[in-house]
Design a protein around this ligand. Sequence first.
Ligand code: NAD
Length: 262
Amino acid sequence: MDLNLKGKVAVITAASKGIGKSIAEGLLNEGVKVLISSSNRENLRQLDAEFSEKGFTGYSLEVCDLNLKSDIERLFAKAILEFDTVDILINNCGGPKAGAPSSMNDSDWQKGYEHTLLSAVLLTSLAVEEMKKNKWGRIINITSLSVKQPIDNLTLSNAFRSALTAYAKTLSLEVGQYNITVNNIMPGYTLTERLDHLAAIKADERGIDKAEILREMAENVPLKRLGKPEEIANITVFLCSDAAAYINGTSIPADGGLIKTI
Ligand code: NAD
């Protein structure tokens, strides 16, 4: 299937590692020009070395801490300066702090809000203006299966990703007339540093090995395995394409069947 994405311009956040990095790679494989950002300069440097080694061109890198509005504005300005426009926006973020509702203080809530919800809203508002001019756009938020089935102990993720999903739906009602689609992807257990970190927390709590926690997670998935970051990237790249032009205002799970809803 020709995805017809060659020459499009994408901006992706929190993409030096894990799911974001795989999505950047997937888009580059389709000939998309990608502005890749992350809060961590050293991680970006390592990514640059790896992508150069793989022979990728047509990408640019920018440090962007999603908790800083000034960084978000600078990221968008760089996209315009280097690539003239933005056709595709992938709102990814680092996972917000884990913990039970009773363990969260005001500052945790504020940081979680800025990182998980406000950053996506700010960047989306900037990108939409470009997409309207182009009469074409794709906005994709990487959320979580927690939107359909809240996960124990992930208070901030559960709360703010649901809010982001409601914002995305509302936005899709406004911008569909400009041929802009807005969708969310809900990863299930996907083997990245984030999942490893969450497994380590659970392992500590239960006094067992992290490998045992990861094995239990995999056992809960109908496909009996954890997801790979490239499996989230594949559906994301498809949603960016013209082949997915009539998919709008929805959330798509990529979870091996883990969510127990019909
Ligand atoms: P990861 O921890 O492997 O990678 C996160 C990326 O975010 C890194 O590149 C990191 O540098 C960047 N980052 C962290 N804080 C940042 C900040 N303040 N500003 C900008 N960038 C920042 O995570 P992942 O597993 O790839 O997950 C990506 C997203 O998907 C997360 O929001 C996560 O909660 C969500 N998710 C992951 C899973 C999973 O099983 N891995 C499941 C559901 C949802």
